[in-house]
Design a protein around this ligand. Structure first.
Ligand code: EPZ
Length: 419
């Protein structure tokens, strides 16, 4: 087991380089199964979820090579297995993204049912309904989703909820289907757009990219390309939030500022100074009063649920009352109990978290419960009095590359300990 030891009080300064986006890399890695010839991906972050995805692809029979610069070559021309085993799916829900590609390319897919996780039940009913509308015969037994379709056909699909991986799974299924597919109420997250652009470069015919109505004209085959995934907007915003809670000034580089419009607006509303360049964001919160902000999480381009926990920490230490309403997941306040152990005063009423601000946080032993909750505990520890132990940090390693190195380089007093 490993933990992070963080002693609060240090100011941050300097520059942090953002890694490639986890949530763009995962669907694109699964999308490599669609290509008849090798794909070479770059800017892929070195994360546990990426390793799990590569293990899954190798289990299916893909040939994988990684060079010293973490460029990854994936050749799925001779897959020999069409089953995603529970041993891998249980560690990463996003494994469900292999279903659309396997089914549309090989006519068959068997994927272990993904567990829920700390932030909610995480059903996949919209994924399944969409594939059935495209002609798939789907059954669920012995803990697996079994899907068959000699060839999927186009369909007009209205997804009843905005679902990121649901949109991605159905998009990948549609690119080799026979005919035209409409995906309505589609997610517009930058990671969905990155996948669509990747598929188009491989030969897919997709219009409406970046909108909630994707139109896909199926083609006969796709071929491998070289592709660089987008930067991780949530990692970038997490470091900006670290500057806000510690009253520091830092620069976040290798980022796409246009992916963070709604979040940048909230940092400015909270009293931070923000300067945006082409691929970097400078934030200055020195000698400023941090003000609480009201937030409602929404699908993109609204405020992202993946930044909810980080802004809750900001509200806890800021001036004034703050209200954060979580509308995407039914149980995404698992971090509140851990923050309260550090002295935070947070009132939870259903999906609303209200804070009065000005909490003086003190060090404690806290447990990470999910990826973004883990990040918020690090932010809290950066300002808490004393040395905080953040435990169960395997959650963090799923989504934040080299997190203690990056924070250490910014001046934080942080170290990883095995115990
Ligand atoms: C993606 O999860 C992200 N993961 C999540 O990031 C992110 O929080 C989430 O989108 C929302 O932006 C990846 O991209 C790998 P959803 P996803 O399907 O696709 C309901 C992180 O921290 N729903 O958009 O699993 C669902 O229950 C992770 O990096 C159904 O009801 O989320 C939820 O309430 C956490 N039926 C809502 O839709 C379905 O079939 C949105 O979920 C699918 C989803």
């Amino acid at each position: 087991m490993e933990k992070l030891l963080i002693t609060g009080g240090a100011k941050l300064q300097g520059r942090v380089e953002v890694s490639g986006s986890k949530n763009a890399a995962l669907p694109i890695l699964m999308g490599c199964v669609l290509a008849k010839t090798p794909v070479v991906l770059s800017n892929i972050p070195h994360l546990k979820d990426v390793t799990t995805s590569l293990q899954l692809l190798a289990t299916l029979g893909a040939e994988i090579m990684i060079d010293e610069r973490m460029n990854i070559s994936i050749d799925a021309s001779n897959l020999r297995d069409l089953t995603a085993p529970y041993s891998l799916v249980k560690t990463m829900r996003a494994s469900i993204l292999i279903m659309g590609p396997l089914l549309t390319r090989f006519g068959e897919a068997h994927v272990a049912l993904p567990g829920g996780c700390a932030i909610g039940s995480r059903p996949v009913d919209i994924h399944i309904k969409g594939l059935e509308a495209m002609g798939a015969k789907i059954s669920i037994d012995d803990g697996f989703i079994h899907a068959y379709a000699p060839r999927l056909h186009g369909a007009d699909i209205l997804m009843e909820k905005v679902t990121v991986t649901g949109t991605e799974n159905l998009l990948m299924a549609a690119v080799l289907a026979d005919g035209v597919t409409h995906l309505r109420n589609a997610a517009c997250e930058p990671e969905v757009t990155d996948l669509a652009i990747f598929l188009t470069k491989m030969g897919a015919k997709i219009t409406g990219i970046g909108t909630e109505h994707l139109v896909i004209e199926g083609v006969e085959e796709l071929n491998g390309v070289d592709y660089r995934v987008i930067p991780d907007r949530i990692e970038a915003a997490t470091y900006l939030a670290a500057a806000a809670v510690t009253g520091s000034a830092i620069t976040v580089s290798n980022v796409e500022p246009s992916h963070l419009k709604s979040v940048i607006e909230k940092f400015i509303e909270a009293g931070c100074s923000i300067e945006v360049e082409d691929s970097s964001i400078h934030i200055d919160c020195r000698d400023r009063v941090l003000r609480s902000v009201d937030i409602v999480t929404q699908p993109y381009p609204g405020f992202p649920t993946d930044m909810q926990a980080q802004f809750l920490v900001m509200n806890v230490v800021a001036e004034g009352q703050g209200n954060i309403r979580e509308t995407i997941f039914e149980n995404r306040f698992m971090h509140v109990a851990e923050l309260e152990k550090m002295g935070a005063r947070i009132d939870i009423d259903g999906n609303l978290a209200t804070t009065e601000g000005h909490s003086l946080l003190k060090a404690s032993h806290v447990n990470a419960t999910d990826l973004r909750a883990s990040a918020c505990l690090i932010l809290a520890a950066l300002v808490a009095k004393g040395q905080t132990h953040v435990e169960q940090i395997y959650h963090i390693d799923r989504g934040y590359e080299l997190i203690e190195e990056k924070f250490h380089r910014l001046g934080a007093n942080i170290q990883r300990l095995s115990y």
